[in-house]
Design a protein around this ligand. Structure first.
Ligand code: FMN
Length: 347
């Protein structure tokens, strides 16, 4: 058990190091957003300064349709990362997902680890998601999960489902049998809205059909497609475990983000939907919103800035939001509602 605990903390740190220095982006798969073009309108009637990016997600107001993606927690550096990201999110009026709080559920490590998830003092108003793996969502764990969410002052819970990542991980949780039933049975008991996410291999039409099979209605309040084309967690885990890509085909496996957005939106026209996985620019964000997402999330590109300072994280995100604003201006959309009706053309 002690070894498991040591490994959990070391692995978190290795994830950060490999994400900073390793070759962890998809090689043969792209998001598909590069194949869509946002129509440019030389006769736009908008004033750039008046473009309105504000929106609501799960009932919370956002000044721009952007979330900081789920990244980390537990390791010492994680506290710095989370606090810098949270301060940036507060300044910009956007939302944030914490990384997996699994370590907070540990009876020995939990108390110390909690500090690395503590951000409410620097981000009192941010829409904040806690985070847990679907493997940890068991009936026995519900009270502990709720305590962990209460403790960090979360507004909602992101549950990540990551069978490919776990299959690549040493001693990963590879038994997903019954996980869908548990999601159905337990998400109501949590008392927090649940957002279901992947970690970069994509939630698409097949997963949504499975999600609807039991009762015809999704057992979650929101979905983040976390599609392929950005960070491949199959790559990250292979590099952490073997120091090389032992299974190159599995490293590049997933549902491209653009396809995932289309498929989920077609099956669930009204569900609050996050586009993530390879969202790198304001233009990527604009295209994702036209395809049907309500907000976008960015993870790995924020890591270096988040380690540096709250100012650096703010600057990265400000540039992203500024680019999105120009995208609306350049296609003649004064606000997000108008953006959604512009349509995309093939590039
Ligand atoms: C360093 C790092 C740690 C991550 N840890 C988590 C996590 O604990 N829980 C989770 O749901 N996703 C985690 N992710 C996955 C991201 O939330 C995201 O789904 C994935 O990286 C794809 O987005 P990207 O291409 O913008 O990086 C992590 C990502 C990074 C870069």
């Amino acid at each position: 058990m002690t070894t498991d605990r040591g490994e959990m903390t070391t692995r978190k740190r290795r994830h950060i190091d490999v994400c900073l220095d390793g070759d962890v982006a998809y090689r043969g798969v792209t998001t598909g957003l590069e194949r869509c073009r946002l129509p440019y309108n030389a006769l736009t009637q908008t004033n750039l300064d008046d473009i309105d990016l504000s929106t609501e997600f799960l009932g919370a107001p956002l000044r721009a349709p952007v979330l900081v993606g789920a990244m980390t927690g537990g390791a010492e550096l994680s506290g710095t990362i989370n606090r810098n990201l949270a301060a940036a999110a507060q300044r910009l009026g956007i939302g944030m997902m914490l990384g997996s709080q699994r370590v907070m559920l540990d009876s020995v490590l939990g108390e110390r680890a909690a500090a690395s998830f503590t951000v409410r003092d620097v981000a009192p108003d941010v829409l904040l998601f806690g985070n847990i793996g679907l493997a940890q969502l068991t009936k026995d764990m519900v009270p502990d999960i709720v305590r962990a969410l209460d403790r960090v002052g979360a507004n909602a819970l992101a549950v990540h489902t990551n069978p490919l990542q776990e299959a690549m991980q040493r001693d990963g949780d590879t038994d997903f049998a019954g996980s869908l039933d548990r999601l159905h049975d337990l998400s109501d008991l949590l008392g927090y809205p649940v957002l279901l996410k992947e970690v970069g291999h994509g939630i698409g039409g097949t997963a949504v059909a499975d999600l609807l099979r039991l009762s015809g209605a999704p057992p979650v309040a929101a979905i983040d497609v976390a599609g392929a084309g950005g960070t491949s967690w199959s790559r990250v885990e292979q590099l952490v475990r073997y120091g090389e890509l032992r299974y190159p085909d599995l490293a590049d496996w997933g549902i491209p983000t653009a396809q995932a957005i289309r498929e989920v939106r077609a099956a669930l026209p009204d569900i609050p939907l996050v586009a993530s996985g390879g969202i790198r620019t304001g233009m990527d964000a604009a295209k994702s919103l036209v395809l049907g997402a309500d907000v976008v999330a960015v993870a790995r590109p924020l890591l270096p800035a988040a380690i540096e300072s709250a100012d650096a994280a703010t600057a990265w995100l400000q540039r992203f939001v500024d680019e999105l604003r120009v995208c609306l201006h350049g296609c003649g959309a004064p606000d997000l509602r108008a953006l959604r009706s512009v349509g995309l053309t093939d590039a």
